[in-house]
Ligand binder design. Structure first.
Ligand code: PEP
Ligand code: MG
Length: 759
């Protein structure tokens, strides 16, 4: 059964459009189940009716014509109950409804399964048979499994259909909305530029080209270069491989030949497809054919074809990378955005970001917020490889992307963009004013930095210090570990830029979703694995070099503070403190005149919450990493869009933990700050201030909004609100109560300028 399922899904996946996908589904399912009828009904959301979209066995002329409301017929019943329905004699069921045009009167038994994607019913899959009989458990299980597997494929094919052939590539503009996760607030209207990970054939988009001769030339150059590589590889391995093993290279060369892959790709390019798209198509067809073979040896050949495809693609992309143009108002779209991709767009052209994978707490989203670029993460249904060059709207407040927006919608969002600009401008007047509540409570606002651009933005916005400098950022944009000297220069720049304000430098926090290309960590559960302090304690040479660089950089400035990430208990802390003292001794022996800086720990693992007093006793300050603390307390991967709606820093358990940390730190007489994204959320900042945090550290973009809000409220009012919220056990109620309270105080202005459009 598994094999049959796999084959069907694979075949459906490579169908060229929704119609073809549905046709394959009904044919293959009917065959596999030995039934006389198989049909797919899809829910048309505009008319709210299930429409017969494909059938094998019923009258084909009724396709697209027969439809029923959810309250009608057996199909409607399966759709509304969201459960399979297995009937021996369909006609005797009270909900049976007969459609003469389908010719279904001949079929007695009925088995229907709902097709559900992300909790939403998208359709119903039905099989029918002439004889009266109950389908058995195995058959029912097969159909249910089939429809669960097909749900994503159908949703994807549907989405692709809604934007296929549009934009640059055709006419018939049609608006479509894709739901993701809010990544960075703000709205953007612009043009999609799809960036591909290097040499990933599966995600190459279709793209129409006018200059066919140029594409052919590109492809032939790539072919020649791969041929050369193959010959060189074969020669190089001549002494290590037996002749029959080396024959593989001859097979590769043959595959590349004009009569095989080469000529097929050329044929597709001549239809007007660009070389990369033609390559994906041809390689995909070959791979599918090989993978469906029963012979294990031949199945293995699929990987040879893939390998060749990847090599050709790498050369084609090299050529294209040099010629990639970013239009004004670029909206960068990728399967998985990386911080490095953001840096490649020329300044001033980037207005929005869309990532298919990742969530609002992925590090790329954190950078996007720091840069103030509206971002949608986790747009899992967006057929991103097909949208290069089309118009997009990114709504980073609600986590929504609109493809081919109508003129009306575009205008509405253009107004939001303008309103946001004016708001930012208005807030810049706050720069020189202190963050002080109506009743005179001072709340120091610090910034999180990492990117170079953060320094200027932080200064423009009147930050009072750096609460978190993510040192991994300069490590991530290099192709090897930076030397002590290189690090020293980078840290010195950071410390000098803010001097005399304090700068909190965190020791290298890699692992999780922060990878160094030159130090790969492959794990099944990266967020529970080798991360942060665990890596650097295992590699004291990395930790010592970094600490020495920080200490030397602080000479004469004395505004350095060191922060330790991912501490789960006192032993790790003691080991890290020992290394810091060692590094301090070393640099002083080398003649540097530096003070031992204040050292702090991040409270971001639940264990640290329960040991807060023991930890606080040994350090100078604490800083809560609410991004990780939330993910670990709620067991919700901060990077996974599927569970993004469960990730909630206002969850009662998180609020309780935060209060425990503040009380614990203060009981030991130590200051406590918070540097997770929560601190930069204006409404959450009100609560954090009320809890007693000594400073809030956030991205520079949000700082003016937080300052504005805290200046409009009194500490006593904030405390009242906190007390009210701490008594609530349901996170949804917490959110609505907080929102309502701020609205009643007339303070919701800074929260969401796009709310009117969605209302
Ligand atoms: C946190 O976890 O809240 C934090 C500030 O660190 P990062 O987001 O870099 O993991
Ligand atoms: Mg963290």
């Amino acid at each position: 059964m598994l094999n049959t399922l796999r084959k069907i899904v694979q075949e459906v996946n490579s169908a060229k459009d929704l119609k073809a996908a549905l046709t394959i589904i009904v044919q293959r399912v009917k065959e596999a189940m030995g039934s006389q009828v198989c049909s797919v009904y899809l829910l048309d959301t505009e008319t709210n009716r299930f429409v017969l979209m494909a059938t094998e066995g019923l009258n084909k002329r009724s396709i697209g014509k027969v439809s029923m409301a959810p309250s009608e017929g057996l199909v409607g019943l399966v759709g509304t109950r969201e459960e399979p329905l297995n009937l021996e004699d369909a006609a005797s069921h009270p909900r049976f409804r007969y459609f003469a045009e389908t010719g279904e009167e001949r079929y007695a038994s009925f088995l229907g399964a709902p097709i559900i994607h992300h909790r939403r019913v998208v359709g119903v899959l039905v099989i029918q048979q002439k004889e009266r009989r109950q389908f058995d458990e195995g058959e029912e299980a097969f159909l249910v499994t089939m429809s669960a597997q097909l749900a994503g494929v159908i949703a994807h094919a549907e989405a692709t259909g809604s934007i296929r052939g549009l934009g640059k590539q055709g006419k018939g503009i049609q608006e479509a909305k894709f739901i993701g996760v809010a990544g960075s607030p703000g709205a953007a209207v612009g043009t999609a530029v799809v960036v591909l990970p290097p040499a990933d054939l599966e995600v190459v988009p279709d793209k129409a080209v006018d200059d066919i001769a140029a594409e052919l030339q590109l492809f032939n150059q790539a072919l020649e270069r791969v041929r050369e590589d193959m010959r060189a590889l074969s020669a190089k391995l001549a002494t290590q491989l037996r002749p029959e093993e080396r024959a593989l290279f001859d097979v590769y060369l043959m595959m590349l030949d004009d009569a095989a892959l080469g000529s097929e790709v050329t044929t597709v390019i001549k239809t007007g497809q660009w070389a990369q798209g033609a390559l994906r198509q041809v390689v995909g067809e070959h791979v599918n054919r090989f993978e469906l073979m029963d012979d294990a040896y031949l199945r293995e050949r699929a990987s040879d074809v893939k390998d060749l495809g990847r090599r050709l693609l790498a050369y084609l992309q090299q050529e294209r990378q040099q010629s990639l143009v970013y239009p004004d108002n670029t909206i960068l779209v990728s399967e998985e955005l990386s911080p490095a991709m953001l840096g490649e767009v020329p300044a001033g052209k980037l207005v929005g970001l869309v990532s298919v994978l990742g969530s609002g707490n992925s590090h790329v989203a954190i950078f996007a917020r720091a840069m103030g670029i509206p971002t949608v993460m986790g747009a899992v249904d967006l057929p991103y490889s097909k949208i290069d060059g089309i118009q997009l709207i990114v709504d980073g407040y609600h986590g929504e992307v609109f493809t081919n927006p109508s003129e009306v919608l575009r205008k509405q969002y253009a107004e939001v963009v303008e309103e946001e600009r004016q708001l930012t401008q208005g807030l810049s007047a706050l720069r020189a004013l202190p963050c002080e509540t109506l009743d005179g409570h001072r709340m120091p606002l610090w910034v999180n930095t990492g990117l170079l651009a953060d320094v200027v933005r932080a200064q423009e916005r009147g930050a009072e210090g750096v609460g978190l400098y993510r040192t991994e950022v300069p490590f991530m944009i290099k192709d090897r570990f930076p030397s002590e000297k290189e690090q020293l220069a980078i840290y010195r720049e950071q410390l000098a830029a803010f001097h005399p304000l304090p700068v909190t430098m965190r020791s290298l926090d890699i692992g999780g979703d922060k990878a160094l290309s030159y130090f790969p960590i492959k794990e099944d559960n990266p967020f529970l694995g080798w991360r942060g302090i665990r890596v650097t304690l295992d590699h004291p040479e990395i930790f010592l070099v970094q600490t020495r660089a920080m200490l030397k950089a602080s000479e004469g400035l004395d505004n350095l503070r060191i922060l330790l990430p991912m501490i789960s208990g006192t032993r790790e802390l003691e080991e890290a403190l020992h290394l810091i003292h060692r590094a301090w001794g070393e640099v002083r022996d080398e003649g540097a005149d530096v003070l031992l800086p204040p050292v702090g720990v991040m409270i971001e693992i639940p264990a640290a919450v329960y040991q807060v007093r023991e930890l606080a006793r040994q350090v100078d300050f604490l800083s809560v990493g609410s991004n990780d603390l939330t993910q670990y307390l709620l067991a919700v991967d901060r990077n996974n869009p599927r569970v993004a709606d469960l990730y909630d820093f206002l969850h009662p358990a998180v609020l309780q933990a935060l209060r425990m940390v503040v009380d614990g730190a203060h009981a030991e007489g130590k200051p406590v700050s918070i540097c997770g994204e929560m601190a930069g959320d204006p409404s959450a900042a009100v609560l954090l201030m009320a809890m007693g945090f000594d400073s809030l550290s956030m991205n520079a973009t949000n700082l003016p909004k937080v300052k504005w809000l805290l200046r409009q409220i009194s500490l006593s009012k904030a405390k009242e609100l906190l007390a009210q919220l701490m008594a609530i056990d349901n996170p949804q109620v917490t959110h609505s109560t907080l929102h309502l309270a701020l609205r009643n105080l007339g303070l919701s202005r800074v929260l969401n300028p796009a709310s009117a459009i969605q209302a």
